[in-house]
Ligand binder design. Structure first.
Ligand code: NAD
Length: 282
């Protein structure tokens, strides 16, 4: 089994992004800019936001982080996003999810113009992905595609199974694999016969958020297994959706958790930000 080393692949991708950011700055006299809107004090979100800001600094991307209290009104939050949307130094905007209760996430995200939507959540970007057109793709699935590319894993003609159908991971992941000419099945909480379906996969992406959902008996010999899950195990440690100890004996490639998909997600966000800056200049 070969480990799909997301940390190393992300470092390479961040290096390429840094070169593009420097070229953009040389040509336009300012850095690409990313704005992160963090509402409330969700501890996990605070860590993600810190990681994103640090990654921006290292890549030569200017960051504008706006911390708003959980008590902020819908109108005030929308006003902040509108201000960032109008700021020409800001090329990408993301609103850190989940939002505190009481806020209308859909309405808030709708204030992000599609060209600054570096999370790829807008209806336009989702539509472009469905149509196979160039647009901004959600960071986690994009990062996974970059990881598969890095290890030169063939996708065309393969059977791919995605567990999870969320708008931010499962659905765009399935769409990217389909666009890359895989034959794709999407499974979810109401799927019957999950184990048999997974057993047919040449490429299996697990994004259910259920610790150790995928066990060795569900995995085909030689399959490529990508573990998106981030769960707390019974021992309190971070673990994925895949039973690593069992599955590593059957998979040809497998992502670790941590150190697999997570770092690729951040690197893909930086790539999306630089790409948005480059597009804005055209
Ligand atoms: P979500 O809760 O929005 O969606 C989970 C999906 O899994 C749903 O479609 C549900 O139907 C399906 N599901 C749940 N239980 C299932 C089961 N027993 N069998 C089959 N399908 C089942 O979650 P999400 O936002 O898509 O995230 C999924 C996981 O990926 C979470 O653990 C999350 O923390 C993690 N995640 C990791 C990264 C990263 O960068 N590493 C990024 C995003 C999400």
């Amino acid at each position: 089994m070969t480990l799909l080393d997301g940390k190393a692949a992300a470092a390479e991708l961040r290096g390429r992004v840094k070169e593009r950011a420097a070229a953009y700055e040389a040509a336009h006299g300012r850095k690409p800019g990313l704005a992160v809107v963090m509402i409330g004090e969700d501890p996990a979100s605070q860590i993600y936001v810190r990681n994103k800001t640090k990654a921006c600094e290292e890549a030569g991307i200017r960051h504008f982080t706006r911390f708003l209290p959980a008590t902020v009104s819908q109108k005030e939050a929308e006003g902040v996003v509108e201000g960032l949307a109008a700021d020409e130094n800001v090329h990408g905007i993301l609103v850190q999810l989940p939002l505190p209760r009481g806020l209308d996430g859909g309405a808030l995200l709708a204030k992000i113009p599609p060209e600054k939507d570096v999370d790829g959540f807008s209806a336009l970007n989702i539509g472009k992905l469905s149509a196979g057109e160039e647009g901004t793709v959600a960071c986690t699935p994009l990062g996974i595609m970059r990881l598969l590319e890095r290890y030169e894993i063939p996708i065309e003609g393969k059977r791919a199974v995605v567990i999870g159908r969320s708008n931010i991971v499962g659905k765009p992941m399935a769409m990217l694999l389909l666009n890359a000419n895989a034959t794709v099945t999407v499974c979810h909480s109401k799927t019957k016969g999950l184990a048999e379906i997974c057993g047919e996969a040449d490429i299996l992406v697990a994004a259910a958020g259920r610790a150790k959902l995928v066990t060795a008996d569900m995995v085909k010999e030689g399959a490529v297994v990508v573990d998106v899950g981030m769960n707390r195990g019974e021992d309190g440690k971070l673990c994925g959706d895949v039973d690593f100890a069992g599955v590593e004996k059957k998979a040809s490639y497998l992502t670790p958790v941590p150190g697999g998909v997570g770092p690729m997600t951040v690197a893909a966000l930086l790539e999306n930000t630089v790409a948005a800056a480059e597009r804005s200049a055209r």
